[in-house]
Design a protein around this ligand. Structure first.
Ligand SMILES: [Zn+2]
Length: 237
């Protein structure tokens, strides 16, 4: 991802010069990903990466379109990426993009992987490459942390559309970092929500979560559930 952004940055520098606001925003995004690598690693799912790239693409489109339309005396076009970078820095999350055709991308990727077959080794430590090499892993966790399981059950029953902690965080505004129960490199969706896909790049561990952490996360879950319930009530009222 960082490599990709670096290439894009060089390309923009050559093409538009280094004062471009979209370019500056992309540089800030790159630096944010770079500096927060360790914290971000467990939450950078395929969807989240796609969301980031899609937002960059959309921002480029709107920004350069406005540049084309710009005439002297008007306000200069702005980049809209800074909000996303701030979210990433502070909350380790981005709300899903409404306009991104996730299914199309993820399907294409699957096809490509099939075509490529074994192919050459691409960038090291790329999650998708790693999943290819690995055996399919468990998709159901029978041992959701005991102190959270009752709340998780309630969330699932009342809000079946929410299936991942990323979505839960996005819908409730609770920072994702307050919901992570697993160690680095392992999958919190699996540990906490009890389900995940076999293609998930993170490890599906059933290692016990310390009680204090369970309690903290559970209180966040309760708070989030309340937010969701209130939203639902407001929507049906
Ligand atoms: Zn997973």
């Amino acid at each position: 991802m960082i490599k990709y952004l670096n290439n894009y940055i060089v390309w923009l520098e050559v093409l538009v010069g280094d004062g471009c606001l979209h370019l500056l925003a992309v540089i800030r995004l790159r630096d944010c990903l770079d500096e927060n690598e360790e914290r971000l690693e467990p939450v950078l799912t395929e969807h989240l990466l796609l969301t980031i790239l899609w937002r960059v693409h959309e921002d480029a489109r709107q920004f350069f379109h406005k540049c084309e339309m710009w005439s002297r005396g008007e306000q200069l076009p702005k980049s809209n990426l800074s909000g996303m970078v701030t979210l990433l820095e502070e909350e380790l999350m981005i709300v899903r993009s409404i306009t991104c055709p996730y299914d199309k991308f993820l399907e294409k990727k699957k096809d490509k992987e099939k075509e490529k077959g074994k192919g050459k080794d691409r960038e090291k430590a790329k999650p998708s490459d790693e999943t290819k090499k690995r055996e399919p892993q468990a998709t159901v966790n029978p041992t959701i942390p005991a102190l959270c399981s009752a709340t998780i059950k309630k969330i699932k029953a009342a809000h079946p559309s929410i299936t991942t902690i990323t979505e839960f965080a996005a819908q409730t505004g609770i920072p994702l970092k307050d919901l992570l129960v697993s160690s680095r490199g392992s999958c919190s969706n699996f540990t906490l929500f009890g389900v995940c896909t076999s293609r998930c790049p993170y490890n599906h561990f059933t290692a016990p979560v310390p009680n204090t952490r369970q309690k903290d996360v559970n209180s966040q879950l309760i708070q989030g559930l309340k937010t969701l319930d209130d939203k639902k009530k407001a929507a049906s009222a």
